[in-house]
Structure formats: C-alpha cells, structure tokens
Design a protein around this ligand. Structure first.
Ligand code: PLP
Length: 454
C-alpha cells in the first residue's frame, strides 16, 4: 500500500488531558504584577474577570490537567485533527526533507482557537456565569468564542473593531449565526466607547479600545466575565491538545521532528503544538530539537522588542506581564495576518526565548504570500495569512536540506485556513500587496511609554 498522506487518530485516541509546561520549565516564570501596586497579582485581583478554574490553571503546577468530559464531547466534533505528510510540497521543492503539517483548519471556526474557546465557555458556565464579553479584530477569536458560548448556552457579546466590522462582514455573520451579539467598537454601550466617540465620532476603532470595552462590560456586570483568546498560560494549556495528538500521529508515522515551525501572534497555536515536544528537549531525550517561531517583519515583537513588563492591552487596563514587547501603544501596520498584529507575546514563549530554548525569525508579508501560494498549489489547502509565515520558513528549511542533502523531519503548525482571507490572496495575485517596512520610529516612540516597574 502507498504511504498515507494523512495520519488520522480515532475519536477514542483523542488526548484526555492537557499538558501543563509550568512545572517542567528550566526556570520559573516571572510573576504577573498588579498595575497599581507593582506586587504579584492574587487570584482575587483576577476574579472579576475570569472564573476561578481558569485562574487556578494560570498558575497550576500540575503537569497533566484532565480535559472535562463535556469539553471532550465538543472537541470530538472535529478532533483529532489530521496530520498530513506534505509529499507534494516535498516533490515541488525537490527536497529530501520530510515535511508534516498539523492542520487546525478543520474546526467549525476554521482555526485552532475553538480549542480554548470551548474550554473557557465550559468553565464559565460551570461557575454560573451567564454572559461572556470579548473583543475581536478581524473576527477569528470572536467567532471561536461565539461557537464555544453557543454550545454551553452562554450569551456572548463581541466588541468588533469598527473597520473590520464593515470591511469583513463574513466573520460577523459567522458569529451571529452562532448566536453572538456583535457590535462595532467604539460603541455607545460602554463608558470607554462613549468617551472615544465623543472626541471622534468617526473613530475606526482599535483592538485596544475594543478590549477596554469588553473588560468594562465584564467588570460592570455580575453575570458576565471576560475571555481572552491567546497569550495567557491557561490558553496555551488548552492548545496542547494539538501537540499531544501530533506526537501520537508522528509515532504512528515512525518519525520525530528535527525542526518544528509555527507562527506567533500571541503564541497560543504554536505553543500548543511544540510544548509537548519541548518537554523531550528539557529531559534530554531530544536535545537538538529546533523550535522556530515566525513573526511578521511589520510587528517584530521578539526580534526587536525589549524583555520588559508591559500591559497586555493598548489601553493599559490589564495586569503587567513580563514579555518581549513593542510597547502597548504600538499600532502595527495593517498587514493581512491580523492575528499576528499584537505588541506583546505569551510570557511562556518569551521566557523560553530568553532561555534560548527556542528560536525566532521575522519574515516580510510578500515572502509570506509567495510561500502561501506555493503551498496551496502543491497541497491544495489555502493557509491563513498567519500560518503562511511558518510555511515560508518551512520552505526555506526544506531548501537548505536540498543543499546539504539531509532528510530532516520538519513539522509545521498549520493553524487555520484562509477562506476568509481571499482578499489578501487577491491583493498578492494582482500585484497590489502593500509593502510595509520595519516601523522603526513607531516602535521607538511606543517603547517610551512602557510602564515603569521597580
Ligand atoms: C489568531 C490566530 C493566530 C495567532 O494567534 P496565536 O495565539 O499566536 O496562535 C494564528 N493563526 C490563526 C489561524 C489564528 O486565527
């Protein structure tokens, strides 16, 4: 029989526990600080925003955390997701490298994001929460949470950045189909929104304003909590279901990755894939494992930013996280990979980069789409602009293998499909893709506004 193109697990083989990397880190993570006192935050500080179960997961030292049966039931709608061997791409590149990709585009929302949205909705429901408030840019996170909220009977209010609300109506319709209430931000529904509108009725909105609105909404109502789609430890934890599956699938294929490549916006999809593998690097069973994170040249958080305490949001409402950052006031150029336009990064990713356990590179939008089209032509699947950053670096590594005649095993995190991003492909194909240089001056300016921490 021919070698399989896709390695699939049965529903019964889906992981029943998430992997928590915190107890296995070579050094402990720096604490999260309260913005007013500069002291480490307590669970009580976070209680108005998140349910206790998630606050506990944020700092848990348990290596394995059970995935609740109710969450597994929803996961089984699309999980386990397939692992593909990209033989057609290998042929097209004439490389001896073996390329695999773990594909999260098969979820109803088209990305990895429902892995945490479903879990977060479940824990909120269990603690009596009736309503969730969140923000969304282009709508990837909002649609995932709308899906999760729908399954657990939670009302879901999504503050969607106003320009996207009007420019990208399809994800809004997706959210509304799953029962979420979507409102363009800035809105009249919150004090933060009204304030902005008073000064500038035509304000196109930003993620920072939308976060302020969602946080205010959650703080003001007893029945409502706030939900975040990336960055935090508990979000990365939920995403490890991806890597745990991939590990089993590669075992079936009889391979182990030499290089794992993924894109990082807040860090959740890629951490979800690589954390179960990097455990082997810490333990010494795969010392030379290379983990390569790819970020956009236009928002080069780890390759250009300092390692410092900063707010998680543009408005400066969240606790202070120790991370590589371009400054919370930094507004990146409008690249098509909306999910990678974030000034900070998951503290776990930053810590591992600081310890030089993982590598980070930045790539330009044009090179990214060139690779995306190459991938789509070879493999058929159309990657979202975000994981196309990783596709680019996978192709580069495979071409290096052609030079050195090494048949390295490369694992790619393909976090979502690009069906809602075809305008970006159109721009590339018609030669209208915008060029964005490294925004050096804007970064310098934003770094002046880092909060002062002792
Ligand atoms: C949101 C998103 C990302 C970026 O977020 P991470 O937390 O870094 O994963 C990447 N890929 C897709 C498809 C997304 O929707």
């Amino acid at each position: 029989m021919a070698k399989p193109y896709k390695i699939e697990l049965g529903e019964r083989e889906m992981p029943t526990r998430w992997y928590n990397v915190l107890p296995d880190l070579p050094e402990p993570l720096p604490p999260v600080l309260h913005p007013a006192t500069g002291k480490p935050v307590t669970p009580d500080d976070l209680a108005p925003l998140f349910p206790m179960a998630l606050i506990e997961q944020e700092v848990s030292q348990e290596r394995w955390i059970d995935i609740p049966e109710e969450v597994q039931e929803v996961y089984r709608l699309w999980r386990p997701t397939p692992l593909f061997r990209a033989e057609r791409l290998e042929k097209a590149l004439d490389t001896p490298a073996k390329i695999y990709y773990k594909y999260e585009g098969v979820s109803p929302a088209g990305s990895h994001k429902p892995n945490t949205a479903v879990a977060q909705a479940y824990y909120n429901k269990k603690e009596g929460v009736k309503r969730l408030a969140t923000e969304t840019g282009a709508g990837q996170w909002g649609s995932a949470l709308a899906l999760g909220g729908n399954f657990f009977g939670l009302e879901c209010k999504v503050y969607m950045v106003k320009v996207s609300y009007y420019q990208k109506p399809y994800r809004r319709v997706l959210m509304e189909t799953w029962g979420a209430k979507v409102i363009p931000s800035p809105s009249e529904d919150t004090e933060a929104g009204r304030q902005v509108l008073k000064e500038d009725p035509e304000c196109p909105g930003s993620l920072g304003i939308a976060i302020s609105e969602a946080v205010e909404d959650a703080m003001k109502r007893d029945d409502t909590k706030y939900s975040l789609g990336s960055v935090l430890n508990h979000v990365l934890l939920h995403q490890t279901v991806v890597g745990l599956e991939a590990k089993k699938q590669l075992e079936i294929a009889g391979d182990y990755p030499d290089i794992i490549v993924g894109c990082i916006g807040g860090g959740s999809n890629f951490a979800g894939l690589f954390l179960p593998f990097i455990k082997d690097k810490f333990e010494g069973t795969k010392k030379d494992l290379r983990v390569v994170c790819v970020e956009p040249e236009a928002c080069p958080t780890l390759t250009r930013g300092p390692y410092a305490y900063d707010y998680g949001d543009e408005a400066g409402l969240t606790p202070l996280l120790k991370m590589y950052t371009l400054g919370h006031t930094f507004v990146p150029p409008p690249i098509h990979a909306g999910g990678l336009r974030y000034h900070g990064m998951a503290p776990i990713i930053c810590h591992l980069y600081r310890l030089r356990e993982i590598e980070v590179v930045a790539r330009h939008q044009r090179a990214v789409f060139e690779a995306a089209v190459q991938f789509a032509k070879a493999e058929g699947y159309i990657p979202a602009p975000e994981p196309s950053h990783a596709v680019r670096v996978v192709i580069e590594e495979a071409l290096k293998c052609r030079e050195t005649r090494e048949s390295k095993v490369i694992l790619l995190a393909l976090s979502g499909h690009g069906h809602f991003d075809l305008a970006a492909y159109d721009a590339y194909l018609t030669g209208k893709l915008e060029d964005y240089e490294l925004p050096k001056e804007k970064i310098e300016e934003a770094l002046k506004h880092l909060p002062k921490v002792e």
